[in-house]
Design a protein around this ligand. Structure first.
Ligand SMILES: [Zn+2]
Length: 307
């Protein structure tokens, strides 16, 4: 059983009135809205082979005439995780777009905390899967891909998530866009070494560590665990390592609120902030619905023999 971190309080309670979205009017409207995203224009296809010759079975299931696969419209998609009704999914995504906490989601939607947390985790995976560097982030450097078993999310990563080195991310903001890169080949220990021997400034807040500008990055950021030698951080008298960027103004407080997030799940939260910042002038709800209805990608094979 994974531990469920306390979600940060971002949105004030009670500020999520039922919105004026036609798809939120009823279960039927919600289902029709989701089906239109899965099968645009009503063109159904097999999620396994892509074939379009299908037989409709009972209870919303279909069978492919080509490969004989039996499925339903959400098979193989992110939204096929969590067992929520179409209307509950859409209401949850609408509130999540407005940064409702898991506690608020659970209370307002009549879900258990675990069910709401699992749905939000699914949304975060769907966001991450749409990032340009999704293949790298779902690869062996983070261990996140281990949470996927086939097309389904599991609560526990394959091969034990704790054995993956703590990844280091570089934040780069240019012309109002932010890019958060996984910096390959740079370990948390190396960042501490740079601090100690090359005077790279470091700030720590709980397990969250960020640095002053490094190479072309505005900051390096990582989420450590108790294995890191925090006492090794050398402070400098000439000011703080607070990056002066629009993204940091947007994300700094939110990042510090991610108390209790594990190093393994930290990339999900970082890519969520990247998504929220880069889409800050758009209708996040519409984008989230589209992402959730997309197919779960095949993750790269993990090398399970790694130490
Ligand atoms: Zn097929």
């Amino acid at each position: 059983m994974e531990s469920l971190p306390e979600e940060p309080q971002l949105a004030p309670e009670g500020q999520h009135p039922v919105p004026d979205e036609p798809c939120l009017a009823s279960e039927e409207a919600a289902l029709a809205h989701l089906l239109e995203h899965c099968w645009p224009g009503g063109r159904s296809f097999c999620p396994r082979c892509g074939g379009g010759r299908l037989y409709e079975l009972s209870a919303g299931r279909w069978r492919c005439a080509g490969c004989k696969y039996t499925f339903h419209p959400f098979s193989g998609r992110w939204i096929n995780n969590g067992n929520l009704t179409p209307l509950t999914w859409l209401r949850l995504l609408h509130m999540y777009a407005g940064e409702a906490t898991v506690h608020t989601l659970a209370a307002e939607l009549g879900l258990s905390y675990n069910a709401a947390y699992k749905a939000v985790t699914t949304a975060r995976f769907a966001i991450l899967a749409h990032a340009p560097d999704a293949r790298q982030l779902l690869g062996p450097e983070t261990g996140l891909g281990g949470y996927l078993k086939g097309k389904k999310l599991t609560g526990e990563p394959r091969g034990g998530g704790g054995q993956v080195p703590i990844p280091v991310f570089g934040i780069l903001e240019r012309n109002g866009w932010v890019f958060i890169d996984l910096v390959s080949g740079l370990s948390a220990e190396t960042v501490f070494h740079f601090n100690h021997n090359f005077h790279l400034r470091i700030e720590r807040s709980g397990n969250l560590v960020h640095t002053a500008p490094y190479r072309h990055y505005d900051a390096l950021v990582l989420c450590g665990d108790d294995s890191l030698p925090y006492e090794y951080i050398r402070r400098r008298a000439d000011g703080q390592a607070e990056p002066k960027s629009e993204f940091w103004k947007f994300a700094g407080g939110r990042l510090r609120a991610f108390k209790g997030v594990s190093p393994q799940r930290f990339p999900l939260y970082l890519k969520e902030l990247e998504f929220r910042f880069n889409h800050r002038r758009e209708n996040l709800f519409a984008t989230l619905v589209r992402y959730l209805c997309d197919m779960v990608p095949d993750v790269p094979e993990l090398d399970e023999s790694r130490p």
